[in-house]
Structures are given as C-alpha cells and as structure tokens.
Ligand binder design. Sequence first.
Ligand SMILES: Nc1nc2c(c(=O)[nH]1)N[C@@H](CN(C=O)c1ccc(C(=O)N[C@@H](CCC(=O)O)C(=O)O)cc1)CN2
Ligand code: GAR
Length: 300
Amino acid sequence: METRNAILRASLHSAALSIQIPQNHSFSTLTKIHSPKWVSLNIRYSFSSRTLLVKSKTQCRNSYAKIKCKGVSDIEEESPKPKLRRKNLAVFVSGGGSNFRSIHEATLNGSVHGDVVVLVTNKQDCGGAEYARDNRIPVIVFPNKKDGQEVFSAEDLVITLRSYKVDFILLAGYLKLIPVELVRAYPKSIFNIHPSLLPAFGGKGYYGMKVHKAVIASGARYSGPTIHYVDEQYDTGRILAQRVVPVLANNTAEELAARVLHEEHQLYVDVAAALCEERITWREDGVPLIQSKENPNEYF
Ligand SMILES: Nc1nc2c(c(=O)[nH]1)N[C@@H](CN(C=O)c1ccc(C(=O)N[C@@H](CCC(=O)O)C(=O)O)cc1)CN2
Ligand SMILES: NCC(=O)N[C@@H]1O[C@H](COP(=O)([O-])[O-])[C@@H](O)[C@H]1O
C-alpha cells in the first residue's frame, strides 16, 4: 500500500520532518533523534475512521531516509479512543476554600476534564462561598436550619445534586458529617481530603489545626495529605491517594499546615483529573488504584 512507504526528508538539525502522504489524509509524527545517524519515527496516519501507527527506528544516511514497512506487522491499527464526557463536580467547603480554588482553576486550564457545577457549604459567608459567588458557581447551604428547624434536608440535597447531574462530590475542608442518605446516593463517588496520613490522626475531632498540632505533639517524622472515599463515618473510607511531607524537628503546627496544604492542592487536582478521565480501578482485595496517565501500565 503506498501509505506504507513514506519518503522522509529528516533535517536532523531542526528535527523538522516532511512526509509525502497521499492527499486528503491526515497524519501526525512523533520523532526522537537518538544521534546524528539514528531517528525514531512513529507516524500516526488517519483516514476515514481508521488510524494506523507506523513505528520505525531508522538510520539516516546524510539527511534523507526512506522508511519502508517490512510488512503488516509494522502497522498497528489504533482504535479511536471514545471521547470522554466532561464530568460534573460538586465541591463541599466550610472555610477558605484553597483546595476548591485549585480544583476550579484546574477545570478552567484544562488539567481537569470537568466542571465545578455547584458549591455546598455549611457557612454561607466563608471564603469558599465568596469565591464561588464571584465565579458564578451556585452555592447551596447545607445543613440549613432556621430557628432550629431544618429547612433543607439531606433528601433535598440529593435531589438538588441530581438536578445538577453531579458525577463526583469532593469534600475540601467541609467540617460536617455527610449524611448516610448522600453517601448511599453517590456510592464510590464522594471523596475527602484530610491533612494527615490516615488512618493516623483522623476521625471525630481531627480537623484543621487540631490535626497538625496532634502530629507535632506525637513526634511523628512524616505527615501529608490523604484523599479517601467517604463512607458513613469520619475518615474511615478506602484510601485513594497520599503524599508524604517530612515533619521538621523545629516545625510549628502552622508551618507544617502550610507545607501539607501546598501538597494537598496538587494532589487533589491529580485525583480529580484521574476521576474525570476514568482512570480509577479496583484491586482484587478492594484497594482503589489510580492508572498513570503517562504510562497506562502503571498504577499508584
Ligand atoms: N460521612 C462522612 N462525612 C465527612 C467525612 C467522612 O469521612 N465521612 N470527612 C469529613 C472531613 N473531616 C476530615 O477529613 C472531618 C471533619 C470534621 C470533623 C469533626 O470532628 N467535626 C466536628 C464539628 C466541627 C464543626 O462543626 O466546626 C464534629 O463532628 O464534632 C472530623 C473530621 C467531612 N465529613
Ligand atoms: N478533617 C478535615 C480537614 O481538616 N480538612 C482540611 O481543611 C483544610 C481546608 O483548607 P481549604 O479550605 O483552604 O481547602 C485542608 O487542609 C483540609 O485538608
């Protein structure tokens, strides 16, 4: 097939390649110049609905090289990847919302293939709620009581989140217990970030600076954020991701909090990206794993 022969003019200095391919077909190349004489070339050649991949490592004599495919085995057919639907995210906060802002910014810059469609908070004047209003993200107050009377129930919250077609719920500094109705309505779809290496320093009473003070007082040499699935109790859901932050001998709780928070921001964006790209898988023993984006054969 004529497509199997591509005459290449490799200008090894600028790594510019020109390829003579029949008209009305598209192609893309990936080149790697190993040395003045050797170049690797992957040609992705698409026509109609088929994509062919020609891989070759070729010795270039002077500045021309003729790539010949030895047979069909040189050509792999790439089935077109189904275009992933953008996912809808609900974020829950109670405070400043720096994790929420990191996630929102990542949805805007393309790092996360999703959109924050609603913010939920128990404190309608907190920093996270203010940021949401400034960015035209709807804000829901939950729990919401007036004169001790519940005016917006857990069932109301489930119905409202369904109306926004929420795929994933991300807790980011939310300090209230998520009701069982919501946990059951969104199985394996609610996540929380906690500022210690769970299961250490977690559970009722462990939030905010209380966590970091307990870590410092314990003499622990390492801390760091944990992202876990949310179940019906505080901080007991399956661990999905962690980052390690050394605890320095002279660290105050505030200094440790700042370093852990910095790691949280990147970790939550990485996890949100994996969720929206459907790169979560479950090990046989029930441990959730994240598939590497760079190398799909690797999990962490
Ligand atoms: N069903 C769940 N709900 C929530 C979880 C969870 O894992 N399952 N995680 C928390 C977040 N969190 C730790 O990561 C956490 C938040 C708050 C508390 C706590 O002790 N809160 C106090 C009240 C604090 C306040 O109102 O200011 C309390 O319940 O007495 C512990 C852990 C979010 N929800
Ligand atoms: N147990 C829950 C808990 O302590 N969560 C912690 O609250 C902070 C919220 O900061 P943010 O509002 O700037 O994202 C974060 O450090 C988060 O890990």
